[in-house]
Structures are given as structure tokens and as C-alpha cells.
Design a protein around this ligand. Structure first.
Ligand SMILES: *[C@@H]1O[C@H](CO)[C@@H](O)[C@H](O)[C@H]1NC(C)=O
Length: 378
């Protein structure tokens, strides 16, 4: 009888423990914390200060995810790993890569500089210098009035005028402007955005009739109708919203909300989970390359930055509830469907499925982490 009583008490005790554990893991901060922990213990090399299986640009995007996580949760566990990454980053090689690669580097170190401004001013200053350095290399090398009346070209040896490089130049410039207050960065952003918006939604624009942004322009300077990758929609959202914040011109806010509304109505939303889906994601295809595996994370990160600015400026936005719902749906899908509970690793396809058939890499994990961080920031 005693044994039975003891056994039932034990069962009761463990179920209470499991229940409270589950309750904790329902909290957005704790989900983000768990995913950041997996990233920094399983995908980061403490020996070398790198993400060994990531490539240079996705490593920079990964750094920004860790910074975003620390900024949102105030859990500053990874400062020394970030500084180790700084010393190990392939900076010399990145100076000769594509201009978008340089902008990823620039924006990530700017975010790091912001986070550490008052905590570690020494590191913050060093990170700001790297941010400025890569911005300046990308802009002076990449701004190209020789075709299409301006815009950024993709790389030193590549004339392609694509969406991502132009969006990054604008959003990064506004981010550095906000931090340094130096008019140079605002002027660069304005030059870029005026060009980016020229012939808006005509066949000469990267914006198509559905309000989504295709990949870039043809040699004849018309919309090339190539894939509307999620990140082509995402990165400019923070740029537009910061332009609104600093110019008070409502046009920029409308551009941001129209674009986000267009995303939410499009095939970039999976109807089953109401979260982002990349065209290469579905389990039957397993076709996302290493670049594409991180795109959704970049997109949700810039939605998160946009919502931060809207909140900080106390701006009224008509569809704000649908934006918040969208961010929550992404985190819910990532946590309950795309995360393999046995390893804590997050797969590419947020609808989930058989984990042995899904892609699971540093990049897919970072994309999922950003969804969890975005939800934690609400
Ligand atoms: C660190 O770099 C060395 C030299 O490239 C390599 O042999 C080692 O496997 C790396 N360690 C990790 C954990 O990636």
C-alpha cells in the first residue's frame, strides 16, 4: 500500500514537473533561448570562432541573429563568442566578394555596435568601424549610374541590378544613419530609394503588379520576373519604416505596409500554418540551396525591425493585428512543427514533416531562430 502511494506521488510529481516545463517552453523568450543555445553549442565552433558549415555571408546573417536574440531577450550570454567571431571572420576575403555580402556584414556589425554601445563601448566602437568599412566598400564600389539610371550592381565583376543589393544598401544606410546621425548615410539611402521606386509597379520596376518584388532587372532595365524570394520582400521593410521615422513622410510607411500586406496575401504564406514558405521548401522538393535556406529568417527579422519602429514611434497602422498574428504563427510553426524535439534543430520547411527528409543546416536553424526571436520581441 505504501509502495503504491509512493509510486502515485512520484507520478504526480513528475507530471507536475513536465507540466511546468511545458508551461515554460510556451513562453516566447524560452523558445528563443533554447534555439539560440542549440545554435551556439552545436553549430558554432568555439575552437575557431566560426560557423564551420556556413558560408561567409550566411555566417554574417547568423551573427545578426545572435545579436537580435540578445537584444530582444537581454540574455547577453554570447558576447564573447561574438567577439571571437569578429576576430575569425574572413574579412579580407569578404572585401572581394559581392556587394550584398558586404552589406550583410555591415548591417550585422552595426546591430552589434548598437547592442554593446553602453555595455562594452570598446567592442561597440570596433564593430562600428567594421560596419562602416564594409558599407563604404559596397556603396562606393557598387553604385552604378552607367545603366538603368543608377542603382547598385550585384558585384565588382557583375553588372546585375538586383533587388537584394539595392534593398540592403537602403536599409543598411538608414540603420547607420539612425545610429551615427551622419547625413552622408541618409543621402545615400535617399539616392538609393528614389532609384528603387522609379517607375513603381510598371514593367521597369522590380515591384510587380501583385506588389511583390522580383529578383532584379534585365539588361534592358525591365523587371526580369525572376523569383520573388521571401528576402526580396523582407529587407526593404526596415528601410522604408526608418525612412518614415526620420522624414515623417507617410509615403514610406505606406510602402512598407503595402508590401507586407502583399506578402500576407501571396503564395509566400503557407495556408496550413500561416507562416512563410520559400518556393523551394516543400518536403517533396528539398531544393533550397544554402543561400535560400536562410531567406525566411532574414524576412521575418526585418518584419520584426519594422514592428519595433512602429511601436517605438507609436504609429497607428491599420493592419497591425494581422502582422502580429503572422509573427506568432511563424514562431508557432517553427516550434511545434519544424523543430526536431530530439535534437532541438530546426528544419527548412516550417510545415514540418519527416525530419529525415527535411533540410537541417546552420542556415535553416537560423531562419527558425529569427522566427522565435521575432515572437519574443512582441
Ligand atoms: C578548426 O579549424 C581547424 C583548422 O582548419 C580544423 O582542423 C578543425 O576541425 C576546426 N574545428 C572545428 C570544431 O570546426
Amino acid at each position: 500500500m505504501k509502495a503504491v502511494l509512493f509510486a502515485s506521488l512520484l507520478v504526480l510529481y513528475t507530471s507536475v514537473l513536465c507540466f511546468s516545463q511545458r508551461r515554460i517552453m510556451d513562453q516566447p523568450n524560452e523558445r528563443a533561448r533554447a534555439a539560440a543555445h542549440v545554435l551556439q553549442t552545436q553549430y558554432f565552433s568555439d575552437e575557431n570562432g566560426t560557423y564551420p558549415r556556413a558560408i561567409d555571408w550566411t555566417s554574417a546573417v547568423t551573427l545578426e541573429a545572435v545579436i537580435h536574440y540578445m537584444a530582444v531577450t537581454k540574455d547577453l550570454s554570447y558576447i564573447s563568442q561574438v567577439d571571437h567571431f569578429y576576430s575569425s571572420q574572413a574579412a579580407a576575403s569578404l572585401e572581394h566578394q559581392q556587394f550584398d555580402d558586404m552589406y550583410w556584414v555591415s548591417n550585422s556589425w552595426l546591430e552589434a555596435a548598437k547592442l554593446l554601445k553602453f555595455i562594452r563601448p570598446d567592442l561597440s566602437e570596433k564593430y562600428l568601424q567594421r560596419s562602416r568599412h564594409f558599407f563604404s566598400l559596397a556603396f562606393t564600389g557598387g553604385w552604378d549610374p552607367s545603366t538603368c539610371g543608377g542603382g547598385q550592381r550585384w558585384g565588382p565583376r557583375n553588372h546585375y541590378k538586383n533587388a537584394i543589393t539595392n534593398e540592403l544598401s537602403i536599409s543598411t544606410a538608414m540603420n547607420i544613419f539612425e545610429y551615427t546621425n551622419e547625413p552622408y548615410y541618409f543621402d545615400v539611402a535617399k539616392l538609393g530609394v528614389d532609384w528603387f521606386l522609379r517607375d513603381y509597379k510598371t514593367d521597369k520596376s522590380m515591384f510587380n503588379q501583385d506588389g511583390l518584388i522580383n529578383d532584379g532587372l534585365t539588361d534592358q532595365c525591365t523587371n526580369n520576373k525572376q523569383t520573388t524570394w521571401t528576402y526580396n520582400q523582407g529587407v526593404i521593410l526596415s528601410g522604408f519604416t526608418r525612412l518614415f521615422k526620420h522624414t515623417k513622410d507617410a509615403k514610406y510607411l505606406t510602402l512598407a505596409t503595402d508590401l507586407l500586406d502583399s506578402i500576407l496575401k501571396s503564395y509566400l504564406i503557407d495556408p496550413e500554418t500561416n507562416s512563410l514558405v520559400e518556393v523551394c521548401d516543400p518536403a517533396t522538393r528539398i531544393a533550397c540551396n544554402q543561400d535560400q535556406q536562410i531567406f525566411k529568417g532574414i524576412t521575418i527579422r526585418h518584419v520584426s525591425y519594422m514592428l519595433d519602429i512602429i511601436r517605438d514611434t507609436k504609429t497607428q497602422v491599420a493592419n497591425i493585428d494581422s502582422y502580429i498574428k503572422f509573427v506568432k504563427a511563424g514562431a508557432e510553426a517553427v516550434w511545434t512543427r519544424a523543430r526536431d524535439p530530439s535534437s532541438g534543430k530546426i528544419a527548412n520547411y516550417w510545415r514540418g514533416g519527416d525530419f529525415s527528409r527535411l533540410q537541417m543546416t546552420t542556415e535553416t536553424h537560423v531562419a527558425g531562430l529569427e522566427a522565435l526571436v521575432a515572437a519574443a520581441s512582441l
